[in-house]
Design a protein around this ligand. Structure first.
Ligand code: NAP
Ligand code: HSE
Length: 439
């Protein structure tokens, strides 16, 4: 028998992530004891349906259906919120923090929507909120920003933050696999959110971008203040066109801060990256994040961004920190603990968000159409760089793929409105940004 102190853990949620945490705590019990000097023991678990068959058999008396009871149980000082959603998850989190507990969360949607309230509650009541698993799965990116890179300001952070979308794009590109089939596989593998539109429409990436932007800049950016576009309108033809042009396509979060103007921009969109870019070659469920700091320069992090094992690894790293916090007190830096240096920073206006663009149009295949499209673009001073014309999926139509020289969000937005109004344009244009982030 171990004579080490025991830290009782409550797991609210025992699905993909919760069961992974249990399995790896069990499998690495001896190693964790030796490294932490504490016995991490799950004493209570709550689920919605206690009769559902699970991969893990729990000891008698551990499983229940009341997460709030775990949050309020004085015998459970560490509560893991692994349910998802922003209703009950918020209640459980706040209830535990009000009692001064440590809450470990993988719930980026909750942090994005209620992070400010949650952190304030933790501060007020002496609780702690840890959230390594909320961004980029198994990559310790939160630790990197809070600890390893604490000396830096961050002019640019960008990367792939959603494993499901990267898995879908990779299989569409490599196998030409149909979107619906690949999405079903991503769900079966435990990568996708319960509501998969959070993944494919870009919201999950936006939630994670909000968490990173807050850590890096101390400002909560709401998703309605970001450009958020997902991958559901992309076709294998876009991936082929991009390859012809020398690019890969990735769903990226891009967080830039112009320190001279003191402007911040947070955006999420499918992006054409030069085929040689390291991040363009990060495939499958893997995520990758490039962080440029003013002191360190550019650093790069990559690893599995979703799934049971990678996420469990991140949750257990928070449990290790929880053990240390409860024994020794203070944790790593969080925004809000320094003077409000960022309070003057504002969001960048659209005319200062610059990039090159890829525009795919389905147009009538008849004389003069290309000239009308070019004229609509010229009206807003958007300059065409390349044109590829090919057959479309419908009769008497052509697919027109244009790339532009550098322009900005205001000009391209106006151009798209003008293009939509042309009778020769048969479908809503597909717009992608071209990212050239340099070394
Ligand atoms: P999941 O497989 O759907 O599991 C959710 C768990 O929460 C289930 O055990 C469910 O109970 C329980 N639950 C849901 N509502 C409940 C309620 N009202 N009362 C009690 N229990 C409830 O989800 P997951 O993939 O593990 O994700 C959990 C969280 O981790 C989410 O916030 C997600 O965004 C985040 N996350 C997931 C991953 C990943 O790769 N999957 C990675 C990083 C972060 P039943 O089993 O009885 O339905
Ligand atoms: N659904 C998320 C993803 C889980 O695919 O990245 C990890 O946060």
């Amino acid at each position: 028998m171990s004579s080490l102190p025991v830290l009782s853990l409550g797991l609210c949620g025992f699905g993909t992530v919760g069961q992974g945490v249990w399995q790896h705590l069990e499998a690495n019990r001896a190693l964790l004891r030796a490294r932490l000097g504490v016995e991490l023991r799950v004493t209570r678990v709550a689920v919605r349906d206690a009769r559902r068959k699970r991969d893990v058999r729990l000891p008698r008396g551990v499983l229940g259906t009341d997460p709030l009871a775990i949050a309020r149980d004085p015998a459970v000082p560490v509560v893991c919120e692994l349910m998802g959603g922003t209703g009950l998850a918020r209640e459980v989190t706040l209830a535990a923090l009000r009692l001064g507990k440590v809450v470990v969360s993988a719930n980026k949607a909750l942090i994005c929507e209620h992070g400010s309230e949650i952190l304030a509650t933790a501060r007020r009541h002496g609780g702690h909120f840890l959230f390594e698993a909320s961004v980029a799965g198994g990559i310790p990116i939160i630790k990197a920003l809070r600890e390893g890179l604490v000396a830096n300001r961050f002019p640019r952070i960008y990367g792939i933050l959603n494993g499901t979308c990267n898995y879908i794009l990779t299989r569409m590109k490599e196998q030409g696999a149909p979107y619906a089939e690949v999405l079903a596989d991503a769900k079966r593998l435990g990568y996708a959110e319960a509501d998969e539109s959070l993944d494919v429409d870009g919201w999950d990436t936006a939630h994670k971008a909000a968490v990173l932007a807050w850590l890096a800049h101390g400002i909560w950016v709401r998703t309605d203040q970001m450009i958020v576009e997902g991958i559901s309108r992309l076709t294998p033809a876009d991936l082929r066109n991009a390859a012809t042009l020398g690019f890969g396509i990735k769903l990226l979060a891009v967080i830039t801060r112009d320190f001279r103007r003191d402007e911040l921009c947070v955006r999420v969109h499918p992006t054409l990256l030069p085929a040689g870019d390291v991040i363009a070659n990060v495939n499958g469920v893997f995520n990758a994040v490039s962080v440029t700091g003013d002191v360190v320069g550019t650093t790069l992090y990559s690893g599995r961004g979703a799934g049971r094992d990678a996420t469990a690894s991140a949750v257990i790293s928070d449990l290790a920190d929880a053990a240390s916090l409860l024994r020794h007190g203070k944790g790593a830096y969080l925004p809000g603990e320094e003077p409000a240096a960022s309070s003057r920073c504002r969001l960048a206006p659209p005319e200062r968000i610059r990039s090159r663009y890829y525009v795919r149009l389905t147009v009538r295949d008849q004389p003069g159409v290309l000239a009308r499209v070019a004229s609509a673009m010229a009206r807003h001073r958007v300059s065409i760089a390349t044109v590829i014309q090919g057959p479309a999926d419908r009769p008497r139509a052509a697919s027109l793929v244009l790339t532009t020289h550098e322009s900005d969000e205001r000009a391209i937005g106006r151009t798209l409105r003008r293009l939509r109004a042309l009778s020769a344009v048969l479908e809503d244009p597909v717009l992608l940004r071209i990212g050239d982030f340099g070394p």
